[in-house]
Write a protein of this length. Structure first.
Length: 94
């Protein structure tokens, strides 16, 4: 699990592997057009694959725009949702 870290835009994008980098870059750039974006992505953190939810907001100060983001590890929620769907499918096929 990642600790609370303040990092630059470029360093934040380093969290994404090559297959997810393009999507993340598009979302981070979209924030400057829309003002905010939210997305879910799977990341490998310290060797473990985890599902993350990201919320990114645009902030302006001294005529400069900043993207402020936070990510939440939602791996347990994703696993529970999958288990629930499987259970519901089995129940319906009885």
């Amino acid at each position: 699990m990642m600790s609370d870290i303040s990092m630059s835009y470029e360093a934040g994008l380093d969290l994404f592997d090559a297959s997810r980098y393009k999507k993340a870059l598009e979302k981070f750039n979209e924030v400057f057009e829309k003002g905010s974006v939210e997305f879910q992505v799977e990341l490998t953190v310290q060797g473990n694959k985890s599902a993350y939810y990201f919320s990114v907001l645009c902030m302006e100060e001294d005529d400069r725009e900043y993207a402020i983001s936070y990510g939440l590890d939602i791996s347990e929620k994703v696993a529970m949702d999958k288990t629930l769907k499987e259970s519901e499918f089995l129940y319906r096929t009885l």
